[in-house]
Design a protein around this ligand. Structure first.
Ligand code: ZN
Length: 339
């Protein structure tokens, strides 16, 4: 049997989802089109097709230091507008997905599905009504924090609110009502616990790894992995070497020149999350175009079939590979955003 053909056939057959990329920032910086193959960065339509990616979540990142009122709301709107313009320009190959059946339709006509996300709750400017504006613009996922907001603590900052404030809990409940997915990547541990208590829907961590394998505050403890899994949620493994590999992180901390690990570290994190939370709770969230050190062997999105190959080599069954590569993420997308 031709082993190589076999894994590639399986990769082509499953719906592959990447739950996080920051490609809009690269498009803005390079003044380039999503439909043009670029030598820079990690993601564009030709490379998504080559990598067999069927669903790409495009995050609009907002965050950072304090800015005048309206700044972050308008920045998010501008990035969403750029993405929507790119999807319209490339409508033969990509289409916006607002609910699960949109993904199924796009898949039948060989198109990539694009899901819009906002990374950073600063975007809503402490006004819950702004969530409705973003929902109407097609946003289906919001990462609550990048830096801490006035209502939620982020993972790499000192605690100000001990998790979520009352406004933070109202944001969570409003997102439940709106059918928008809550993303806890970048949130402080206590924020994640408060979100899980407040949310009636499953949540995702769109681009986070396991802290047991690489001790970084951006990664999830086993307890949080279990809690997210028990609530029906999904943890999508990040491809950034700093979150994947303890040695890369230690060398970075010591200001030594770190060497990216093999991409099989991604599979190690998948294995660990499956062991702790079960096969239903793991997915992929590359962080492509949002980081500068992918692991060796997974330099951009064209290399995604190697993950399918490595999972099969580790003994995962075809249906388990389908769950990890996208099925679990799509289950939550359908459950929260509608079928
Ligand atoms: Zn991020």
């Amino acid at each position: 049997m031709d082993q190589r053909k076999s894994y590639y056939d399986i990769h082509k057959a499953v719906i592959v989802c990447d739950a996080h990329c920051d490609t809009v920032d690269r498009l803005m910086k390079d003044k380039t089109d999503l439909g043009t193959r670029s030598k820079n960065g990690h993601v564009d339509i030709p490379r998504l097709i080559e990598g067999g990616v069927d669903v790409q979540v495009f995050a609009s990142y907002v965050g950072g230091s304090k800015k005048p009122k309206g700044y972050y709301f308008n920045l998010a709107k501008r990035k969403l507008d750029i993405l929507r313009t790119q999807f319209a320009k490339n409508s033969k190959t990509i289409s916006l997905a607002l609910k699960l059946s949109d993904v199924q339709k796009a898949n039948q006509s060989n198109k990539i599905s694009a899901i819009l996300a906002i990374e950073g709750g600063q975007s809503i400017e402490n006004d819950i009504n702004n969530l409705h504006i973003f929902y109407d613009l097609g946003v289906r996922i919001m990462t609550l924090t990048w830096k801490s907001t006035d209502w939620a603590d982020a993972s790499q900052q000192s605690m100000k609110h001990n998790g979520l404030t009352d406004l933070g809990k109202r944001v969570v409940k409003e997102m439940n009502k709106l059918n928008m997915i809550i993303d806890v990547s970048h949130s402080a541990d206590k924020t994640v616990l408060d979100v899980l208590n407040a949310s009636s829907d499953p949540v995702i961590a769109s681009h986070s790894c396991a802290r047991a394998l690489c001790d970084h505050p951006r990664n999830l403890s086993d307890r949080l992995i279990k809690d997210i899994a028990n609530a029906g949620g999904v943890i999508c493994v990040n491809f950034y070497s700093l979150f994947l590999d303890q040695k890369f992180k230690t060398d970075t901390d010591k200001k030594l020149k770190p060497k990216p690990p093999s991409f099989t570290k991604i599979i190690d994190h998948i294995d660990h999350i499956v062991q702790v939370g079960g096969i239903d709770c793991v997915g992929l969230g590359s962080d492509f175009d949002g980081m500068d050190a992918p692991p060796s062997g997974l330099e951009d999105v064209t290399k995604m079939p190697k993950i399918t190959s490595a999972l099969l080599e580790r003994g995962y069954l075809d249906e388990e590979v389908a769950q990890i590569m996208g099925g679990n993420f799509l289950r939550v997308f359908g459950q929260v955003c509608g079928i």
